[in-house]
Design a protein around this ligand. Structure first.
Ligand code: 13P
Length: 253
């Protein structure tokens, strides 16, 4: 069975005091829950990784970075390596988010390299994929997402795949308030799971968590997460509101 996972992706939001207030509120609400069946991850800006890793020590919450370098180390001014992130307490990293592909020109090859560096450093990976509206309108979305997967997971072994989670985030649903319908999410997640089955075998396919992202909120989370192949969410805007994000996590209780 795949682990249920709800990840907050704060993106480039919140000063440290604001972030402190938010994370304290969320963890306070959730610690009173009798049953927390989903793993909860906070993907925070680089500069807060160490601070919140220490803050959450001993609590059932994990810290992710939102990106890492495709290089191991060296003369790459301004970059942050996967090893650095692991050394300050991150246990996860998001790789291949559509905003990075679009604004920072990350190619399939670069995303693939980042996955390798992250796994070498002992981090677990949330690997994002998803089509634009233009591609969906042409009815090429299944092919496109399969190409994204193959483009960056080609060199990944079944053993490595145990430390990778897939996040399907249709670009047209990100930050638009227009989430994929449960049917649209389910059919793409089934295609992704089938890809995993063909490439890595049934066991890996059954055990890999496939998260949905794109305008997830407290209203739609329950029906989206109820889909057979949706194993949780990657939440942007709604993760910046403590009550709302806690409600999304509680969809699993
Ligand atoms: P929104 O939840 O704001 O649509 O963002 C989704 C996302 O990009 C999470 O990584």
């Amino acid at each position: 069975m795949p682990q249920k996972i709800v990840t907050a992706n704060w993106k480039m939001n919140l000063t440290l005091p604001e972030a402190n207030t938010l994370i304290s509120e969320v963890t306070n609400i959730l610690k009173d829950e009798k049953r927390n069946s989903a793993e909860v991850i906070f993907a925070v800006p680089f500069v807060y990784v160490q601070y919140f890793s220490s803050f959450l020590k001993g609590q059932p919450f994990a810290i992710a970075a939102q990106n890492c370098s495709e290089y191991e180390k060296g003369a790459y001014t301004g970059e942050i390596s996967a090893q650095m992130l692991a050394s300050v307490g991150a246990t996860w990293v998001i790789v291949g988010h559509s905003e990075r592909r679009l604004y920072y020109h990350e190619t399939y090859r670069i995303v693939g390299e980042k996955i390798q560096r992250a796994l070498e450093a002992g981090l677990k990976v949330i690997f994002c994929c998803g089509e634009t509206l233009e591609i969906r309108d042409k009815n090429e979305h299944f092919e496109f997402v399969k190409n994204q997967l193959e483009g960056s997971l080609a060199e990944i072994t079944a053993e490595q795949m145990k430390n990778i989670v897939i996040a399907y985030e249709p670009v047209w649903a990100i930050g638009t308030g227009k989430n994929a319908t449960p049917e649209q999410a389910q059919e793409m997640h089934a295609v992704i799971r089938n890809y995993l089955k063909q490439k890595f075998g049934s066991q890996i396919a059954q055990d890999t968590s496939i998260l949905y992202g794109g305008s997830v909120n407290a209203q739609n989370a329950k029906t989206l997460f109820a889909c057979q192949d949706v194993d949780g969410g990657l939440v942007g805007g709604a993760s910046l509101k403590s009550r709302e994000f806690a409600e999304i996590v509680k969809s699993y209780n």
